[in-house]
Each structure stands twice: as structure tokens, then as C-alpha cells.
Write a protein that binds this ligand. Structure first.
Ligand code: NAD
Ligand code: LMR
Length: 353
């Protein structure tokens, strides 16, 4: 017996039904190892739970600095799916957790509190991402790395610079996870038009904070029409949706459950690409040449080695071109800060953090 996906958008097997094994084509690889770094956290725990019920994963390694990480692994291991879960304590066992990983997902790091911007997290999370990437460079240089940690706009350049320094950078394998922006855009536009959210697709490009998040509402499928005022309001809501959660949680953190969903949606797309499925498209913030900036989020075709093709910006209307102009100057500062940090001598880094 195997499990059949009956979730309408076929993202991952949320609803599990036992069906005979002949329902599955056996030709594609479906024995991947995923390592979650930050697996005991607000995102890490539900993310790991959703990964545990993914049929393509046979080994799930969860790693955290939290003392109770072995307990999270034991808890997950009781779920009646075949994948094997192991817990690892960071930093001592980080190398072991990474060994053999096809995909590394990183929700490690500090989240925002009300009144903070994502950039305020740079002080703590920049150094953390750098040291984790050094270990990834040593133990899993060929893994696809999906970085959730904020500020995404700056830590992805830090990650790439760190891999470059170690001589193992493959820009097609390092991703800043912006899927939550897409998920929110789909949800809000479906709500506004009374559509089934499973059917709505809104491309979101740029970066992952405030004005750098650029929803391309004009390219929504199915086609939707809004007046100018409505488009402005929806755009701002999508750009500020992270703060909507931070404020509603009133000091208890930022988005965790919707992020876990988005993280697993992204991981599942990476797995589908790795397994040879064609036309797997997902947006992410990556090293890029589609604008004047060295990093930018656009829709990507995912394949056996990560990014197979960058689909670029596509056509933007006047309103969206203005959003792009505003995003570029902010993104440039965020990217420069990341590159500068990654290349500072160790002693100076202490002063920055
Ligand atoms: P959290 O504090 O609940 O969990 C973070 C976990 O990381 C903790 O368990 C902590 O022990 C662990 N950790 C810290 N340093 C580590 C290290 N060096 N190695 C391994 N584990 C380590 O926070 P959260 O709510 O899960 O958020 C995590 C990060 O994700 C934050 O930076 C947050 O801003 C970001 N985030 C990003 C998005 C996005 O769309 N990309 C969405 C939501 C949150
Ligand atoms: C989000 O978009 O929810 C995350 O980036 C967390 C945050 O700080 O807003």
C-alpha cells in the first residue's frame, strides 16, 4: 500500500488515503534526504511535520541549537510514514546532519517583534547564516539550499559569497524562499474575487520585504480586473502581510504556520524538479542577471540541478514598472550590506553584529 495525494493543488500529501501501489509510476527517484536547520523552531516544527508526510523523502534530518531537538525527532518519528527522522544538535552535529542531503532548508534564526523591520534581524542572523553556509560548503556542497531566514534580501548574498569563498558556489542551487509572498498574493486575490484559491496564480517578483515585494497582479491567472485603488490596496497588503502577522501575534513572533506551508510547497517543487519532472515553476530570490541587481526573485524552472531556466521579469504594466523602480534602490542597499558583511575580516564582523 502507498499513499495517494488528494490535495487539489497537489503540493504535498496533506490528505493521505491508502491506495494500491500500482497507482504510482515507479520510474522516478523518490528517496531523497532533506535536512532542516532550525527544526525545533516556530517554522521548523510544522515544516518538519509536513516533510515527514512527503512521499519523496526517505530521510529527514532535523538540526537545531535547542536542547530538545532529539525530542522533536522522536515525536515526528511516530508518524506512520516510511521516512526515517533523526535529530542533530547544532553546531556539534551540523556536519552529520548535512551529510548526504539533497535539499537543505534553513528556517534557523531570530524572528521579528512588532516595531522591527526584517533588516533589524541582520545583526543576529547574518553571522548565523554565514557559519551555517560554511558547514554546508564543507559537508553538502551539492545540496539545493532553501533559505527562509530573514532578512532574505541580504542573507542570500551572504550565503552565495560564503560558498564562493569556499570555492563551491553553484548559483543554481542557492534559493531565498519567497513562496509565502506568492501564497499570500494567491489567497488575497482569490478572496477579493470570490475565486477558488487553488486556481489562482499571481507571479510575485523582487525581494522579500516591504516595497521590494512586487506582485504582478496584471498577470494573474485566471484574468482578474480591479480598479486602480483596489490594485494599490492589494499590493500594499501583500507587501505588508508579514507585519500583519507580526502585529497580530503581538510579540510572539512572525508567520510560522503559513511559512511552513510555503516552505514545504517550495521544497516539494525542488524535489519534483530533482526527480526529473518537467515544467516545475516556482519563484525564488536567487543570483540573477534579469535586472541591474545581482540578486532578484523571478519565476524559475526547476530541474535536476536546481535552476534550469530563469523566466525573467516578463511584461510589466506602468504601475508595476514603478514598483520595480522603488524596489531596486532598496534591494541594492540590502544586497550591498550582505556582500560587505560576507567579505569583512572576522574581527570587524564582531562590531557589525
Ligand atoms: P523561531 O525562533 O521560532 O525558530 C528559530 C529556530 O532556529 C530556533 O529553534 C532556534 O533554536 C534555531 N536556531 C538558531 N540558531 C541556530 C543555529 N545556528 N543552528 C540551528 N538552529 C538555530 O523563529 P521562526 O519563527 O521559526 O523564524 C525563523 C526565521 O524565519 C526568522 O529569521 C524569520 O524572520 C524567518 N521567516 C522568513 C519567512 C520568509 O518568507 N522567508 C517567513 C517567516 C519567517
Ligand atoms: C513574513 O513575510 O511573514 C516573514 O518574512 C516574517 C516577517 O518578519 O514578516
Amino acid at each position: 500500500m502507498h499513499y495517494k495525494v488528494i490535495f487539489p493543488k497537489v503540493l504535498f500529501p496533506v490528505a493521505l488515503v491508502r491506495v494500491p501501489s500500482r497507482c504510482f509510476s515507479g520510474s522516478r527517484r523518490n528517496n531523497y534526504q532533506v535536512t532542516v536547520i532550525g527544526g525545533a523552531g516556530g517554522i521548523g516544527q510544522p515544516l518538519s511535520m509536513l516533510l515527514k508526510i512527503n512521499r519523496m523523502i526517505t530521510k529527514l534530518h532535523i538540526c537545531d541549537i535547542a536542547k530538545f531537538i532529539p525530542g522533536v525527532a522522536v515525536d515526528l518519528s511516530h508518524i506512520e510514514t516510511p521516512s526515517v527522522v533523526k535529530g542533530f544538535k547544532s553546531p556539534e552535529q551540523l556536519g552529520d546532519a548535512l551529510e548526504g542531503a539533497d535539499i537543505v532548508i534553513m528556517p534557523a534564526g531570530v524572528p521579528r517583534k512588532p516595531g522591527m523591520t526584517r533588516d533589524d534581524l541582520f545583526k543576529i542572523n547574518a553571522g548565523l547564516v554565514k557559519s551555517i553556509m560554511e558547514q554546508i560548503a564543507a559537508s553538502a556542497p551539492k545540496a539545493l539550499v532553501a533559505i527562509i531566514t530573514n532578512p532574505v534580501n541580504s542573507v542570500v548574498p551572504i550565503a552565495c559569497e560564503t560558498m564562493k569563498k569556499a570555492g563551491v558556489l553553484d548559483p543554481n542551487r542557492i534559493f531565498g524562499v519567497t513562496t509565502l509572498d506568492t501564497v499570500r498574493a494567491n489567497t488575497f486575490i482569490a478572496e477579493a474575487k470570490g475565486l477558488n484559491p487553488y486556481e489562482v496564480k499571481v507571479p510575485v517578483i523582487g525581494g522579500h520585504s516591504g516595497v521590494t515585494i512586487i506582485p504582478l497582479i496584471s498577470r494573474t491567472t485566471p484574468k482578474v480586473s480591479f480598479n486602480e485603488e483596489e490594485i494599490k490596496k492589494l499590493t500594499v497588503r501583500i507587501q505588508e502581510a508579514g507585519s500583519e502577522v507580526v502585529e497580530a501575534k503581538a510579540g510572539a513572533g512572525s508567520a510560522t504556520l503559513s511559512m511552513a506551508y510555503a516552505g514545504v510547497r517550495f521544497a516539494n517543487s525542488l524535489l519534483r524538479g530533482l526527480s526529473g519532472e518537467k515544467n516545475v515553476i516556482e519563484s525564488a530570490y536567487v543570483m540573477s542577471q534579469v535586472t541591474s541587481l545581482p540578486y532578484f526573485a523571478t519565476p524559475l524552472v526547476l530541474g535536476k540541478c536546481g535552476i534550469e531556466k530563469n523566466l525573467g521579469l516578463g511584461e510589466l504594466n506602468c504601475f508595476e514598472k514603478n514598483l520595480l523602480d522603488k524596489a531596486i534602490s532598496v534591494l541594492k542597499k540590502n544586497i550591498d550590506a550582505g556582500i560587505e558583511f560576507a567579505n569583512l575580516p572576522e574581527c570587524k564582523k564582531e562590531h557589525m553584529s
